[in-house]
Ligand binder design. Structure first.
Ligand SMILES: Nc1nc2c(ncn2[C@@H]2O[C@H](COP(=O)(O)OP(=O)(O)OP(=O)(O)O)[C@@H](O)[C@H]2O)c(=O)[nH]1
Ligand SMILES: [Mg+2]
Length: 305
């Protein structure tokens, strides 16, 4: 089962991300010609449905449900009809195939990884999950993207960059003898609706990323932001070691949710929009999530589990 480790600072949007990933699949399973089927395994169901229901009723996940999710497993099946068919055929794999994923959440890089850094990790299950992961979803809180060099070094982004780089190095070291090992980096720009315009100007990019149908300009856009804000991490994944683990070409996802302006002292509300004939859904970057699901499918194929 492919393992995806999700890393991000406290409050960076990890739970919201999982809730939206779930929403994208639930919706695409019913709206369109069964491109996806999404099943959450029993152990994960309560937590994720609670997060999902909160989003569907216009709230961000509350603190109680935030605490709950540490790990979530789900199955993705790709239907026989629809846009994936031709691609599946060209890869020679059977349509209608399913992939099970395990998402492991690291809520706090410092706390979760310090036992490992001290060399006392031993058989800690979570750390083993991290070290053996197939993909790493790196949340980048767009509201903390830097507007200048000083801001970058003094702000939380610099610390995060160091922590992520060190995590990647640790994974690489632990798998240095495994020549066929590949890790897929996935960068999730969370809260992109609230990115500071100056942070985009500082990276010399437009106010909106190119759409998913333009993979070239889109990755150039993401790279411009990342090279500036996570330079150590980007150098790490760009260096191809002669032997041992390799980092694949990264995927990018720009995640946003439209919010209603909050009344004073109240948390922001998620804006809803009509979906289908009768339903509602959060007003979020659904295309981005559908594209992300597509890259997960690719990862599952290549991870060979
Ligand atoms: N505007 C906007 N705000 C967001 C978005 N995603 C998350 N937020 C805000 O960020 C807060 C934290 O989001 P969570 O998804 O709970 O973050 P988390 O990383 O799971 O937090 P912890 O589990 O506490 O580490 C939410 O309560 C929202 O206020 C987004 O896409 N847009
Ligand atoms: Mg959370």
């Amino acid at each position: 089962m492919p393992r995806v480790v999700i890393i991000g600072d406290r409050g960076s949007g990890k739970t919201t991300f999982l809730g939206l990933l779930y929403a994208a699949q639930v919706k695409s399973g019913t709206d369109t010609a069964d491109d996806f089927r999404f099943h959450v395994t029993y152990e994960s169901l309560d937590e994720i449905t609670e997060v999902f229901q909160q989003l569907m009723s216009g709230s961000f996940p509350d603190a109680a449900s935030k605490e709950g999710i540490r790990e979530i497993r789900f199955h993705l099946s790709y239907g026989r009809a629809g846009r994936f068919l031709s691609r599946l055929r060209s890869r020679g794999s059977a349509p209608g195939e399913a992939a099970a994923f395990r998402f492991v959440l690291l809520r706090n890089l410092e706390d979760d990884l310090s036992p490992f850094r001290r060399g006392t990790s031993g058989t800690n299950g979570k750390l083993r999950d991290v070290l053996e992961s197939d993909a790493i979803a790196i949340l980048v809180d767009s509201t903390t993207l830097a507007v200048n060099g000083e801001d970058r070094e003094a702000g939380s982004m610099g610390k995060y960059d160091t922590a992520v780089e060190s995590l990647l190095s640790t994974i690489q070291r632990s798998r240095s003898r495994d020549a066929r090992s590949v890790v897929y980096p996935i960068f999730i720009f969370s809260k992109f609706d609230s990115v500071r315009p100056e942070a985009l100007r500082a990276a010399d990019v437009e106010s909106e990323p190119p759409g998913i149908s333009k993979p070239g300009p889109r990755s150039a856009y993401a790279r411009a932001l990342l090279d500036r804000n996570l330079p150590k991490t980007m150098t790490k994944i760009g260096v191809h070691e002669a032997r041992g683990l390799k980092f694949a070409m990264p995927s990018y996802c720009f995640s946003w949710v439209r919010t209603e302006r909050a009344a004073q002292g109240r948390p922001p509300k998620v804006r809803l929009r009509r979906s289908g004939a009768v339903g509602w859904e959060p007003d979020y970057s659904k295309d981005e999530y559908i594209a992300l699901l597509d890259s997960l499918r690719t990862i599952a194929t290549h991870a060979g589990h």
